[in-house]
Design a protein around this ligand. Structure first.
Ligand SMILES: Cc1cc2nc3c(=O)[nH]c(=O)nc-3n(C[C@H](O)[C@H](O)[C@H](O)COP(=O)(O)OP(=O)(O)OC[C@H]3O[C@@H](n4cnc5c(N)ncnc54)[C@H](O)[C@@H]3O)c2cc1C
Ligand code: SF4
Length: 328
């Protein structure tokens, strides 16, 4: 099997959102393409073979970062490099910039987009290599076996599939109470980020709620979080070009030295970014100190269930949440 050549496909390059929505609904077995950094692997490995690509990268309306009275709007085609370097994001919503700066490598960040990062598929190596596992429509999970390579897999939300959400930006967007703006043939809707992502118990073949004919156009972040205290940390095996073993993103509004409100989210521990509501409730009104952080860390992993080789993620997650609460 050659990994250098992609199979042939029809190519559509709409330059308006309306055309892209229509094509994505009408063209059978089509695939939306933004920066291509998740998609090309699938095609080169022949593990996914769409009949047509709808390349949305020429739609200028989906590009750019706009500050509004209501907060911030980041177009779905904005690159990760642009997000990492943007002065407004760095000044007021820095958790998003820090998450973007930790994705992959500079080359991938130059091409990869916000929409593609949020909509990327699972990174389980079995699935990516094209085996017929549950997520691919088969009747087995190759990772969840005594010999399975499951070091990167989930601690929560397993339901036949134990893959995790691989995105670094998803936890940051959920922590910022982001809304995902979706265009479809019924017009535009805005869905809270935490409802956008779905786990295998709801649909094992998808990682988000998008249906054919729906396109993410932007992410909106409410002004309420502008200038809050933030924390982002991602732990990887290698310093660059690596997915998170666990990451954490948090946003905190303070009242003096007490925590008035917090949103704390971990990635790579569940098939969706895992919002830690119990931790948020526990730290609300508490002093930001080591004691509160220790309690937060302990609560964070309640209910975690490790598989054969990912038990290390439990203390790792505890420590990341502890640091997010203490050091925001
Ligand atoms: C070697 C390597 C390392 C990586 N490391 C990381 C990492 O550390 N952290 C991380 O978070 N990611 C990582 N990635 C994953 C990913 O490539 C990037 O995060 C990138 O942002 C994907 O964006 P894209 O625009 O290139 O996606 P594309 O490949 O164009 O799209 C990805 C998916 O999203 C869908 N999509 C794209 N845009 C939209 C839209 N607007 N509306 C609806 N659906 C859409 C596509 O149909 C496709 O299914 C890595 C990828 C590679 C190849
Ligand atoms: S963890 Fe999910 S994606 Fe991986 S082999 Fe099992 S079913 Fe497939």
């Amino acid at each position: 099997m050659s990994r250098d050549m992609m199979p042939s496909f029809e190519l559509y390059q709409p330059d308006t959102l309306e055309n892209a929505v229509k094509l994505s609904k009408d063209v059978e077995k089509s695939w939306l393409l933004a920066g291509g950094q998740d998609s090309y692997d699938w095609f080169k490995d022949r593990a996914k073979r769409p009949a047509a690509l709808i390349d949305i990268s020429g739609i200028t309306a989906l590009k750019g970062i706009r500050e509004t009275a209501a907060g911030l709007e980041v177009g779905a085609l904005t690159t990760l490099t642009e997000i990492a370097n943007d002065p407004v994001i760095n000044g007021k919503y820095s958790v998003l910039a820090r998450a973007a700066a930790r994705v992959a490598s500079p080359q991938i960040r130059n091409a990869g987009t916000l929409g593609g990062n949020l909509c990327q598929d699972a990174r389980c190596w079995y699935y990516r290599s094209g085996v017929d596992c549950y997520r691919a429509g088969g009747n087995n999970c190759y990772a969840d076996t005594p010999q399975g390579q499951n070091r990167e897999h989930c601690l929560f939300g397993a339901a036949r599939c134990i893959a995790v959400s691989p995105s670094d930006l998803a936890p940051a967007v959920v922590a910022l109470e982001g809304g995902i703006v979706i265009a479809g043939d019924g017009g535009e809707k805005v869905v809270p980020a935490e409802e956008f992502f779905i786990g295998p118990s709801r649909d094992i073949t998808r990682m988000n709620i998008l249906k054919p004919g729906e396109i993410v156009t932007a992410v909106r972040i409410p002004v309420k979080w502008a200038g809050a205290r933030f924390y982002f940390e991602k732990v990887t095996d290698r310093a660059v070009w690596d997915f998170a073993l666990v990451n954490v993103a948090s946003a905190m509004i303070m009242d003096g030295t007490a925590i008035k409100e917090a949103r704390i989210v971990c990635g790579a521990v569940e098939c969706v970014p895992r919002r830690l509501k119990a931790v948020e409730d526990a730290v609300k009104g508490q002093q930001q100190n080591e004691e509160t952080a220790m309690i937060a860390g302990r609560i964070a992993t309640q209910g975690a269930t490790a598989v054969q080789y990912n038990g290390y993620k439990i203390p790792l997650m505890e420590n990341l949440v502890r640091r997010a609460v203490r050091d925001s």
